[in-house]
Design a protein around this ligand. Sequence first.
Ligand code: GDG
Length: 766
Amino acid sequence: MPYIVLLPSSISRCFYNYEKMTDNRSSEYKRIVIVAYRLPFTMKNRSGTLTAVQNSGGLVSAVLSLTDRMRGQNPSASMDKTVWVGRGDYDAGLINSLEEVKNTFELVPVKIPDSINEKFYGGFCNDLIWPLFHYFPSMTVFGQGYFESYKKANRLFFNELRKIIRPGDFVWIHDYQLFLLPEMVREEFPEASVSFFLHIPFPSYEVFRIMPDGHQKAILRGMLGADLIGFHTHDYAQHFLKSVRRSLGYDISLNSVMTEEIYSRADAFPISIDFNKFHDAVLLKETEKYISRIRKQKRDRLLIFSVDRLDYTKGFINRLAAFELFLERYSKMRGRVIFNMVIVPSRDTIARYQDMKKEIEATVGRINGKYGTLDWNPIIYQYKSLRFNELIALYSHSDVGLLTPLRDGMNLVAKEYVASQRQQYGMLILSGLAGAAAEMSESILVNPSDVSQMADAIFEALTMREEDKKKRIEAMKKRLQDYDVYSWAEDILRTTVKVKSDSWSFRVRIINRDIENRIISTFYKAKKPLLFLDYDGTLVPIREFPELAVPDLQLILLTERLAAVADVVIISGRNKDFLDKWFSNINLTLVAEHGAFIRYSSGEWESSLDQDASWKEKIRPLMTRYTNRCKGSFIEEKRVSLSWHYRNADEDLSSLRAVELKNELEESIFNMPLQILEGHKVVEVKMSGYNKGTAAKKLTASGNYDFILAIGDDKTDEELFHALPDYAISLKVGKGPTRAKYSFLKQPAVTAFVRRLVESRENKTD
Ligand code: GDG
């Protein structure tokens, strides 16, 4: 049966078979499609011969491994080669035939003319988004034509993507160069599973709103095209959601945005590293020669290092000032410490970057001149990229990692440094303004603008006792090992599946004459039909005051006629007296106060409260899992309730966990006589026994109904819809997201439909 989906008009252009996708919605993905500004290979053209060098980033290996793991988990379902869409000037045929590429990805190059790329990448991305999202509004350039080029470039990406996208794909879009792409995908392929991940911070709304309104709205709507929007930290996700609320005016509920066209969730998925790769590389032969070089250079001195790309967000000058103050303040350390500062070349053709480089070099020269001696230079400055094994040697033999960016989405170097500590224990000094700080609380956290605090932190790190370093580093290592880049990628994939399947259950399908006719014809043929009708907003329109919403004579008569041809239940939030007053003379069943009371046609009011406590066996393990994940929290058990208390736990983590627990509980308690209450630092599940769903279950169980229809308009009716057997037909009144199979746009349509139902059966001939 074809559905009508209330989605952007472009749906008609969609090539998916809707019914097929609906059936397959929970099946596993068949292919991963990555879209990122850069391809995972760097092409090298040496005297006419093209070769490809695979980039070493964690994302590349995570995606390759994810594909393998999915193949392994489900060998019967053929998992296709992962596709990677990214900027590239060579033809697809040529690069995909290269030996180095063949067994990895299928590359889809997006050609972006330089004239567009300059204002798109150099302009909008690097001169506007990058500084603003890293809290440098004064460096933000709102250049002419930037946004137009940004839109064009995103469109160019989409034009390539749309050629290859197909059902069963998991489309994973990366970073700030492609904010507009998810929406383009959703408009044309509403059934595609899309995840977006932002690698840089999402700033607070007060900074985000500095952008022109049009840019703000386009970016947020663009991102909301994804089913799941991932950020490094909880704060970034909250900033995004707040911006959605303020700039687009959408309601946010439990990290989700639900409108008539959108169902998206935003959450924190801190990126990790390939822990084993770094941990194991320390012992490799190729690393050894660099280690001996470092040992020779160090002699009995202590080594501090930092590695960053040349960028104003990295806080080089403050870091150098802190090192200088450290030498000044702790004079006994002079001659005993070397600071190896590695800066990886980046954008140094741009004047601002050249100036920054000059300033860094001048500062290094001045400090070395001031404190250096014949046999000791306090700072070794390198402006170059290191080989992987050289980097590992530096990580593994540095006594301190001094990583103090002014802002950083995450900072992978911090994680890599910790993973490389195995022959000796160093200590990490980490900026509190790097995303990594949220997970690396055992490091020495500093404010990168507080030069004095950083100088003291250097001394503390250099003189920390071996056992303390070991304890702190091992705690961080364990976390990195447990949640590596592979778990990260899997987590995102799994959550996208979940969000997508939730979005299916809430999708709105507007009823039409054709569907009405089919329902009426099934009703006509039914031997034993049952109808659930909500009252306010369904049988009568919502009025300003409830006492004004009384049934008129026509409705009473219609209900009477309906009750003569089918079993009818009026299921309402109204109290017993109200329902008795208007409907007690009709041969139907009444359900009052959302299911707390039931009155069968011939009987007295009964309470439907259930005393069974077996539900605890399902809820307790779930709460126990959260207790284990959140130190300091505990479970309290009463006869009719289970509570998860978190007043003694870490405030930020526990409030995040409380939201997650509530989400999971909501899933688990559907169809059970329970409700969730949230108190002060407590999440409680208690028996309710009185929602419309449980009442409906009881009523449907008591007869062999071959036709069940339910009509309702609000949240409490969603429980009713959910509780009904699959063959039941549920109809929502109004446009919002719903579990119902179809929706009426307006209440008066319900009365007209009910009249048609009645007439069909009254005219029944057999
Ligand atoms: C974005 C966000 C976020 C660095 N120098 C050398 C070298 N590296 C490697 C490191 C590390 C990576 O580059 C740099 O890590 P970042 O975390 O800064 O990553 P970016 O991709 O630049 O930045 C950032 C990240 O995305 C991930 O989401 O953490 O906040 O800005 O892996 O090992 N590698 C080699 N030689 C070097 O000289 N071989």
